[in-house]
Design a protein around this ligand. Structure first.
Ligand code: HEC
Ligand code: HEC
Length: 209
């Protein structure tokens, strides 16, 4: 907060509750301004990502994840992992290598602000019932949130590409998917290998509320 803003905020605040509220809204609007700037900066920087992830972050390729609506912090974390060579993929890594910290933030803000397209297929009723029970029993919902849209550094799973989800789950289970804090590799150990395709199908066809 700049000094002039601080003076304005406290002087307005002293005039009572309504004034304090409008001051808070005023400050909040200012605090949000860089976010919109970041989205616009990010849009330009994201042009190069579009060939694989879709210009609006909706991937049309089975082995490439959609980025639309992912939590901003997760995107920053994932890009950081690729940039630092801690997570490696021959298609993705070259695009992360030269990104600055500002690029990470702008790209994350842009993709987080995009709307995920609704899934075009539905899972069989039996799959939904069984997979939903697995996500409850294994606390997937505790970390990835009840609607599986992700939070903070934890990704959205709902509506993600099915083949990509299956690949990632298999790698976490095998202990070969590097991650930021190790929590997901532990979570995957309790899963049965035969349940992974069920989970991927269920998650990919979940509508983001
Ligand atoms: C040539 C294709 C390609 C391009 C271009 C590309 N990516 Fe990727 N990206 C991938 C693939 C493939 C993966 C999945 C890697 C894996 O399997 O671990 C990925 C993964 C990611 C992830 C992790 C998503 C998740 O759910 O774990 C993020 C974030 C990401 N890319 C952002 C970007 C950004 C931002 C750009 C542009 C600067 C970009 N990518 C350009 C292919 C690409
Ligand atoms: C203790 C918290 C925690 C639990 C429980 C958990 N996850 Fe995760 N999960 C994470 C975190 C954190 C990541 C991000 C890892 C990274 O890339 O650094 C992740 C990543 C994933 C990914 C990769 C998605 C992507 O876009 O790259 C999949 C798939 C996934 N989790 C599925 C599941 C399923 C299914 C369950 C339940 C069986 C589960 N998770 C339980 C924390 C958790």
């Amino acid at each position: 907060m700049t000094p002039s803003l601080q003076v304005r905020f406290s002087s307005v605040q002293s005039k009572g509750k309504t004034a304090a509220l409008s001051a808070a809204v005023f400050v909040l609007t200012l605090a949000c301004a860089p976010v919109f700037a970041g989205v616009e900066e990010g849009r330009a920087k994201a042009a190069v990502c579009g060939a694989c992830h879709g210009v609006d972050g909706n991937s049309l390729l089975p082995n490439i994840p959609s980025l639309a609506g992912q939590p901003q912090q997760f995107i920053v974390t994932a890009l950081y992992m690729f940039r630092e060579g801690k997570r490696v993929n021959e298609q993705m890594s070259p695009f992360a290598e030269k990104l600055s910290n500002a690029d990470l933030k702008d790209l994350a803000q842009y993709f987080a602000a995009q709307k995920l397209a609704a899934p075009t297929t539905q899972a069989a009723a039996g799959t939904v019932e069984k997979a939903a029970a697995i996500t409850q029993a294994n606390n997937c919902v505790a970390c990835h949130t009840p609607s599986l849209v992700g939070q903070q550094h934890i990704p959205r799973l709902a509506g993600q590409q099915q083949a990509y989800l299956l690949d990632q789950l298999q790698k976490f289970k095998a202990g070969t998917r590097p991650e930021f804090d190790g929590t997901m590799t532990s979570a995957a150990q309790a899963l049965q290998t035969a349940d992974l395709p069920l989970l991927a199908e269920y998650l990919a066809t979940l509508l983001v509320p």
